[in-house]
Design a protein around this ligand. Structure first.
Ligand SMILES: Cc1cc2nc3c(=O)[nH]c(=O)nc-3n(C[C@H](O)[C@H](O)[C@H](O)COP(=O)(O)OP(=O)(O)OC[C@H]3O[C@@H](n4cnc5c(N)ncnc54)[C@H](O)[C@@H]3O)c2cc1C
Length: 523
């Protein structure tokens, strides 16, 4: 039986391992950290307090993966909060985004009778566009140089679906993608907070502001997995680590071996083919195929000898953008904070901090010049409201994704000082909506983009293994000509978020990669 090595036990690596093992291969998954899960983990931040270390929402995991891995019968309890998002307002009139669009429209009507019906119309348009886009996310991008029959068939089907969209939606799809998301939301809505809450989905995790061209494409990409404008707030009991723990169990049961504390230092290339890996302790494992869940830059620029790669490919890879702008703040709180005008039930989903599009753009501006946003855009969750087991009785965990924090600080400033500044900016922003919250903080963890790189292996600290911009998506993810999970080195494949369809806890890349790799290995 041929041995296959998978570098990294993120949720995509585990998904690929599962499908390969189910097909009869013998994958060995090698994870550098002591735990599996990558960016989807739950870890202790203070005695008795466990937080979603990085990602706090799951979104949306493919239902076919949930079914194939039998995640629910392995004890994974999905939590689907309703409302899913609350956009905070300092004067006490937050916008509450329920699962039911009509209910959300009723909430919007109180601030803008004009925006209420437009919201429903926008949701319906996003749903129709997502019906067109979702099959593209599930497919292997076509080969542009030598399309095979399957590629042509997929393109024919996409053409038929495009025609099915009709003239109005077809025009929307072509026009919206390249637009700045700020312009898109201002064409639809007049309410500043509504515009900002929707625009945020086009910049989350990205090194772009709402006025950057092409940010509407990220909104569309995210909508293709979950068309609600506010995004997913789904999580699981025990946090994301409980999900990836169950995925690891499924992969093991299917026949995969998973080793932790097993960092890979090099991919061995013999006679032009990937022939195995060398671990950080110097031991070698031979394999007929090596699949990397690590990001494309890490895989192709640090684990491979540059002499094994063509210079044109190398220069494309060096130009692949993966500078992150997101920091994470996890707080252990002595009690539940009170957010003005927000009930504790409404806090079960995510909370949006960013009052208008200008606020979001200014937060981005700072990072362009190596500065930390004084007034950051925050995406917040209080997971203990739905899952009290994460903290001691009566206490809470608050998880905040903080934008924008540059990967490289201006003026050579030291990170310990910068991290104190990030925390103080976050506390000030939260205090605007939850006065006195700082007095509840028992412990604070701040993870900078450098921590994301060094501790979690995300090169450049990018949460999606590379910018999700129009020039790095679909047939160009990670680079033009290499979007089909293969690399220029025969036997070396990619399966992480740096491949199509990209970031988020969807298992999309891992499942697509497994299908393409199995097909390739059999051919
Ligand atoms: C702060 C933050 C917040 C986020 N918020 C959300 C959210 O709310 N919702 C959402 O859906 N998504 C969110 N994301 C994005 C999402 O978590 C990621 O896109 C996704 O988890 C990537 O999964 P992956 O399996 O492709 O890679 P990863 O999870 O990055 O896994 C890669 C694995 O490879 C390992 N590895 C790397 N190099 C080596 C090596 N040399 N040897 C061995 N192992 C190696 C790493 O340790 C890691 O375990 C967030 C991400 C971050 C960082």
């Amino acid at each position: 039986m041929s041995r296959v090595v998978i570098i990294g036990a993120g949720h995509n690596g585990l998904t690929t391992a599962f499908y390969l093992a189910r097909a009869g291969l013998k994958p060995v998954v090698l994870e550098r950290r002591a735990i599996v899960g990558g960016a989807a983990t739950t870890e202790e931040i203070a005695p008795g307090f466990r937080a979603p270390s990085l990602a706090h929402a799951i979104g949306q995991l493919r239902s076919s993966v949930v079914r194939d891995m039998r995640l629910e019968s392995r004890g994974v309890e999905f939590i689907r909060p309703d409302p899913r998002l609350v956009a905070l307002d300092a004067t006490g009139t937050p916008l509450v985004f329920s699962i039911d669009h009509d209910k959300t429209a009723e909430a919007i009507r109180r601030v803008s009778p004009r925006d209420a019906p437009k919201y429903v119309e926008f949701c319906n348009a996003l749903t129709r566009l997502s019906n067109f886009l979702a099959p593209l996310l599930a497919a292997t991008p076509p080969s542009l140089d030598t399309p095979d029959r399957a590629d042509v068939w997929e393109l024919v089907k996409a053409g038929a679906r495009f025609r099915g969209l009709g003239k109005k939606d077809g025009y929307r799809l072509l026009r919206w993608g390249p637009m700045p998301v700020a312009d898109l939301v201002s064409e639809w809505f007049e309410t500043d907070l509504l515009r900002a809450a929707i625009a945020a989905r086009g910049i989350f995790g990205s090194a772009q502001g709402p006025r950057s061209a092409g940010t509407a494409a990220l909104l569309l990409l995210n909508a293709a997995t979950d068309p609600a404008p506010g995004g997913s707030s789904i999580t699981v009991e025990g946090g994301p680590g409980a999900l990836t723990g169950a995925m690891a169990d499924a992969a093991r049961e299917a026949g995969a071996e998973i080793r932790v504390n097993a960092g890979v230092s090099r991919v061995v290339v013999r006679d032009g083919r990937a022939a195995g890996i060398v671990l950080e302790d110097g031991s070698e494992i031979t394999a007929t195929a090596v699949i990397s869940n690590a990001d494309p830059r890490r895989t192709l620029l640090t684990l491979i000898d540059p002499l094994d790669l063509d210079p044109v490919f190398l220069s494309r890879m060096r130009n692949y953008r993966s500078r992150g702008t997101l920091a994470k703040v996890n707080l252990a709180l002595g009690a539940l904070p009170a957010f003005t005008g927000v009930t504790s039930n409404d806090m079960r989903g995510r909370l949006h901090v960013g009052r208008d599009v200008d606020y979001l753009e200014r937060a981005f501006d700072a990072s362009k010049y190596g500065e930390i946003s004084a007034e950051p855009y925050l995406d917040v969750a209080v997971p203990t409201l739905s899952d009290p087991s994460l903290a001691p009785r009566g206490k809470h965990v608050l998880s905040a994704c903080v934008q924008f924090v540059p990967y490289r600080l201006a003026g050579g400033r030291a990170w310990p000082i910068a991290k104190a500044e990030i925390l103080s900016n976050v506390m000030r922003a939260l205090d605007t909506y939850a006065p006195g919250i700082e007095s509840l903080v028992e412990h604070a963890q701040v993870l900078s983009p450098i921590d994301l790189e060094e501790t979690y292996g995300l090169t450049g600290g990018h949460i999606s293994h590379g910018e999700q911009s129009l020039d790095q998506l679909f047939t160009m993810r990670p680079v033009l000509g290499w979007s089909r999970y293969q690399t220029p080195i025969p036997g070396l494949y990619l399966c992480g978020a740096g491949t199509h369809p990209g970031g988020g806890i969807t298992a999309g890349s891992g499942q697509n990669a497994a299908r393409a790799i199995l097909k390739h290995l059999k051919s």
